[in-house]
Structures are given as structure tokens and as C-alpha cells.
Design a protein around this ligand. Sequence first.
Ligand SMILES: [Ca+2]
Length: 313
Amino acid sequence: MCMNITAYQQSWGSNSEFGEALGDAGLHLARISLPRRRVAGLATLGFLTLALCGLTTPAQAQTKPEGAGAPSPASAAPTAPLPDYTLVWGDEFNGDSLDQNKWGFRTDSKHLSTQKPENVSVKNGKMCLTLKKETVGGKQYTGGGVVSKAAFKYGYYEARLKVTPVAGWHTAFWLMKHDGSGSTDSHEAVQGLDVFQNNSINPLAYVVCVRKYNPEPPEVFGFSTLAAPDLSADFRTVGCEFTPQVVKFFLDGEVVETVDATRFPHGEQNVWVSSIASHMGGAKAVDDARLPAVVECDYVRFFRKSGASGTPP
Ligand SMILES: [Ca+2]
């Protein structure tokens, strides 16, 4: 297995995005039963997403369908979904621009896209990652992403987000030490926790796993492809509790995968949210006709257990 992982790292890079290739190899497939919600047509949902992120014309916005897209619970004070945890860092994205005291940008060129700061915006209580067909940095598409300036270790990490229904995009919420380069190189990473990785060609599944980077050799633990409600149809809450003993992955408040954390060393990690164009998941091509597209994130939060020590936010 380690041979396979190394081979994939060489072709995909040593970062969160190589995990999905492992999933394509069918190393592990776990299915969970989750309630499915009836959703409106994809065209309507795509339109609504663009409207919320200000990418439609005023005339188009006037035709916004009623009743679609429930408002986010942004006004509620963030509370920990687990006992004894307290919010110590986060962003509700309530302003009109990204808070660069909290976030830096992902700026790499990887797989099929170059990630641009200009593609990250904050509107209507959401952070929007705009996905475009344009040639930049030798790639034919541009995506976007953010990485927290603060790094944390043990605690509960959570994001609420909605992916695009447009095929060809890999959207992730994950935890990994950032080396300051804007890329996903993992030279400083001890471990990586992939809380959520979706390939938009299949909005009904996503991947979780734990990756050990250092000391070498790299290893992957708990790699699971999880069935989910349509991740492009509505916002979903994904979380990860990290303790010295265990990593627990959550979807909408339910534990969906558990990994023994005593099997790998632990270090600090930054918080990432990004979307890049990619063939991962078996996408043969990006669906150009439906671009630009948008990935939305309602919030990112980090809670620490009461009495626990850690890096101040
Ligand atoms: Ca929000």
C-alpha cells in the first residue's frame, strides 16, 4: 500500500489532492446511510448560486425563484456541537471582503487550474470561490482558495459549505500545515486531515482521510468515500474532532468515520478551503458551458476543549 501511495504522490503531489486518486483506485469504499433531500433542478440551483455571489445581472436576479436556498444561520452565536468545546477562532464571512488578518490565499497552479485571489469574494454572509474558464499560469481554468494564517492542533474544526454542480472541480476543506508559499506543498506538515473532498462530477459522495507526511514514508489512514446528500444542492456542515487519541469526521452533526490518532505523529495545522479544476473523480473534462461556477462557504470555525492548551488564535 505504501508503494501505491508513494506512486500517487509522485503524480499528484504531496498534499490533500492525491487522496482522491487513491479513492479512484478503490482501496477502500465505505457507504453510509444518510437521508436524501428532494432538491430542485440543477439549473435552478446553479442560477441561485451565481445570483447570491453577484454573478448574475440585475434583470436575471429579478427572476430569482422563491423559496429556494434557505438563509444561513449566520445570526446565531456559534456554539460547539460537542460538549466542553469553546469557539476560539473562525470566520462567519459577514463582511464584504475576505479578512486578510485571518486568511491568506491559495495561489498555486495545479491539475487543471491556477488559483487566483481575485476569485475569492465575500458577499451575503458567504465566502465565494469563483471558478472560471480563463488561461492563467499555463492552465486553462482558474479556481480559488484560502488558508488560515493561524495554525492549531487539537480541537474541533467545522465548515458549512456547498459545492458546484458543474463537473470538473475538486473542492476541499482540510487541515494541513502551510509553508507560506500559497501552494499545498507539505514540507512543514506532520499530518493532514481531509475533512471534506468532493469531486463535482459526483455530488453524492465525498472523501475523508488522515495523511501522515512526516517523518517519511507518507501513509494514509481511514481513507473513506462516503455517500452524502447532494452536496451541490444545499449547504452541508462538515467537521473533524482531533484529539491525541482519535480523529472523528462529522457530516451534519453525525460521526461518519473514526481514525485511531495514536498511529501517526501530530503537529499544528492551518485550515484550508479551496476549489481547483481537476480530472479527479473520473471527470473527463470541465463542463465549460456552465462556467463561471461558484463554491460557497458559510463559515469556518475552530473550537478548543475547555482547559486545553494550544496556539493562541
Ligand atoms: Ca456566514
